[in-house]
Design a binder for this molecule. Structure first.
Ligand SMILES: *[C@@H]1O[C@H](CO)[C@@H](O)[C@H](O)[C@H]1NC(C)=O
Ligand SMILES: *[C@@H]1O[C@H](CO)[C@@H](O)[C@H](O)[C@H]1NC(C)=O
Length: 248
């Protein structure tokens, strides 16, 4: 299912994701290669396909419905377990480029963000994605242009000003709004997480600057309203007190 989104996750962060952590050891590169080879085999690839070919294969498989999504998740979680504690040390563009043998850093980042998205949709997000599968699928099938509009705006900003976490935050909000429009609040929560989980795999340093994915953002409004009411009541009370003191 993530494949509907993967294409939109070309984030152009290539030169921005400076490697600040310890480099991935050679054993980690080998391990990731092994885990991905087994994963690709499930999709009948005998070596790393170009990212777009991979996306098409997953799309085609996922189009069979929610049971296919569940199967994809068994492959994805097996891969994650296989990589084990080499994540986070080896969940980097540089390590993925080496391990997967892809030509460009950009393609490594695409695979890396797909990995992050898979880990969310097959992990913390699994039950919500399964419960809303057909609505989400419908966005991928019939409302791709809405998503593309978000992506094009993001691309234009990045082309003009270079990558920034704030551009990514705006993209996240736009993406969330599309999902909310078609699949309600829960859709927005899912879309927000799909994008964030993928993007943060590439640029973990943006974590604190991206919007919070909320299942129930009305709660904020309610909370805000309660706050306002309380403030009003307090103001009223003070006002009355003021009046009272004037009388005396
Ligand atoms: C892989 O190939 C097998 C055997 O031809 C086929 O049954 C299966 O559907 C293929 N899997 C995918 C994901 O295309
Ligand atoms: C991003 O914008 C540039 C400049 O407008 C354009 O040439 C490029 O094709 C766009 N990239 C994508 C993936 O749409």
């Amino acid at each position: 299912m993530k494949a509907f989104f993967a294409i939109c996750l070309a984030l152009f962060i290539g030169f921005c994701a400076a490697q600040t952590q310890a480099p991935c050891p050679a054993a980690g590169i080998t391990q990731i290669s092994t885990c991905y080879a087994a994963y690709f085999k499930n999709l009948n690839f005998t070596s790393t396909p170009p990212f777009f070919t991979y996306v098409q294969a997953v799309d085609k498989f996922a189009a069979q419905g929610v049971s296919a999504f569940k199967t994809l998740c068994t492959w994805s979680t097996t891969r994650q377990t296989c990589i084990g504690t080499y994540d986070p040390m080896c969940a980097t563009g540089a390590a993925f480029q080496q391990a997967l043998g892809v030509q460009t850093k950009d393609e490594a980042y695409e695979y890396l963000s797909a990995y992050g998205t898979n880990n969310w949709e097959c992990g913390p997000g699994y039950s919500d994605v399964v419960a809303n599968y057909y609505c989400l699928e419908n966005i991928g099938l019939n409302h791709r242009s809405d998503i593309l509009a978000c992506f094009n705006a993001y691309n234009a900003t990045v082309q003009q000003n270079g990558f920034s976490c704030s551009a990514l935050a705006t993209y996240t909000t736009c993406y969330t709004n599309v999902y909310t429009k078609y699949c309600g609040k829960i859709g927005g929560y899912i879309g927000c997480n799909l994008l964030k989980a993928g993007a943060l795999e590439d640029v973990p340093s943006c974590a604190s600057q991206l919007p919070t994915c909320s299942k129930n953002f009305e709660a904020h409004k309610l909370f805000g309203m309660r706050h306002k009411l309380a403030a009003k009541r307090l103001a009223q009370k003070n006002h009355n007190k003021g009046d009272a003191s004037k009388i005396h």
